[in-house]
Design a protein around this ligand. Sequence first.
Ligand SMILES: C[S@@+](CC[C@H](N)C(=O)[O-])C[C@H]1O[C@@H](n2cnc3c(N)ncnc32)[C@H](O)[C@@H]1O
Length: 279
Amino acid sequence: MKPEPSADLACHKARFRALVTQTTGIQMPENKQSMIEGRMRRRYTSIGLKSMDDYLVHLFEKDGLTEEMTHIVDLVSTNKTDFFREPAHFKWLMHKILPEHPAGQPFKLWSAAASSGQEAYTIAMLLSEYAGNVPDFKYGILGTDISPAILDEARAGVYPEEQLLDIPDALLDRYFVMGHNSKGLRCGRVEKTLRDRVRFAQMNLIHGNYPVDKELDVVFLRNVLIYFDSKTQSRVISEITDHLKVGGHLFVGHSESMVVSDSRLKQVSFAVFKKERAT
Ligand SMILES: C[S@@+](CC[C@H](N)C(=O)[O-])C[C@H]1O[C@@H](n2cnc3c(N)ncnc32)[C@H](O)[C@@H]1O
């Protein structure tokens, strides 16, 4: 039979959950604790510890927290993403938003939970195609995420072949260089010109006061709100909306529409909102 955890350890577990929520906004219910502990195993064994309990003692009794915090953030967040994920959004961008964009003004877009970069590069391919047909079309794409490690992957822009299946062949030919990684797996790398069109930066959405331009045309804030409690969701949506120009659009994940309730935003399509007024 498993021994009962000591009062100190139970307290450390509760403190760990609170710490994760406070730092990342991510809710970590008790029933997810064992899943998270599974993910943390590789980390604590790599620093010579034998169990999650030892790791908690290391964090809270031996000053390990500062050094461990970025690893914890990486391990508690879910980075699942894909090229052309929720494809109707990209059709809306191409067919509804871009044709109405005023000529001569730069198009500014932010992918606010960019993960390993597939969302931002999907957009970069589409904007680059559009720019090929519309003289003087200039654009800038910012991709941000809380996790420094996932952003390194985004900047590298290397993806296993099976992750490239949803990319139309013509775009794959134009924007990817195929090769093999160090393990001999076939991969595609986003070609340099396109990589240079996207700037990736670390940013925690729950901190507010984002160091990002105002007057953005579009923000993709997809599949991250679900991890936050409702108060944090509303605050993040409001702060992000401050960064949109009037007439700009906010995209959220397909399961996140119902959490958007900012009075400046009007829903114009499935999980797509338009900023109608400044206040
Ligand atoms: C499921 S991925 C979504 C990726 C992409 N937007 C999509 O829809 O495919 C969620 C991302 O949100 C990031 N994330 C979680 N909490 C965050 C926070 N407080 N601030 C910024 N990013 C956060 C995670 O690191 C993860 O990469």
